[in-house]
Design a protein around this ligand. Sequence first.
Ligand code: ADP
Length: 291
Amino acid sequence: MQALIRHLETQTGQSLQNSSLRSIGGGDINSAYRLKTENIDWFIKLNRADLASMFVAEAAGLREFAGMGAVRVPDVICFGDFQQYAYLVLEFIELRSLNGNSASLFGQQLAQLHSQRQAYFGWPIDNTIGSTPQHNDRKDDWVGFWRQQRLSKQLQLAATNGYGSSLQSQGEKLLARIGDFFSDYRPHPSLLHGDLWGGNAAADSQGQPIIFDPACYYGDREADLAMTELFGGFGRDFYAAYQAEYPLNNGYKIRKTLYNLYHILNHLNLFGSGYLSQAINMINQLLAELK
Ligand code: ADP
């Protein structure tokens, strides 16, 4: 680690003499450290050097959010690879849970972010969702994007992982009918966080909302909202503020299952068969809506 710290010194031109380095829990994928001197306070994510492209995409995503100015993200200090490490260095922010005012502010800010129209569906580079590759080929047609770049890719991966039979046959039926969920709804491309569960949003010590660890792309804002509901929800204040700023279309209640299916299939591919029956139930529930 000392060699990496010397490397970061040359990369940033900052003196890191007398720095203290502390390992902090880290997330699901990477290990994480806090590096402090009198003048700097950094959050460092580390992974294997061959995974450096994950951090290139994460840094690009954070910079894109920063440019939009709607929701605060940590500043990117630098990223790259050195010896056995890929690294991403961010400003360290003391994080608190979102609640009350900060949750409400986050709902308003996310709605403001989503209301800004982007030029196409997709994103300039591919990234990852968890550690699974996420494909972002540019498209003007959202239904085609969701079918090909999202559900179809996860179903193919599931087939490779040995989840055949009814998942694949029901999945095929659903892929053929995705357009039916959009008969009276034409989403526009919005910058999405892409992996917006409770572990990737917080507030700073002033109560300003912060998002981090994005898997971003331009897509239907309902996909971000759906994910906020998948693992517990962000609380009444968040949803009330979002709705007040930029109300959702009624069909969201049904389409959210179509959007969360992507994440459940991804969990199936990452964490195993515990998610298989949930994935099949979601597909069947969606097909039942079309009868
Ligand atoms: P992973 O990609 O490994 O899941 P995350 O980016 O989600 O890692 O970070 C892991 C944890 O570290 C987060 O849940 C959060 O609590 C904390 N964290 C993330 N970014 C920062 C930051 N810039 N400053 C301080 N803590 C952070």
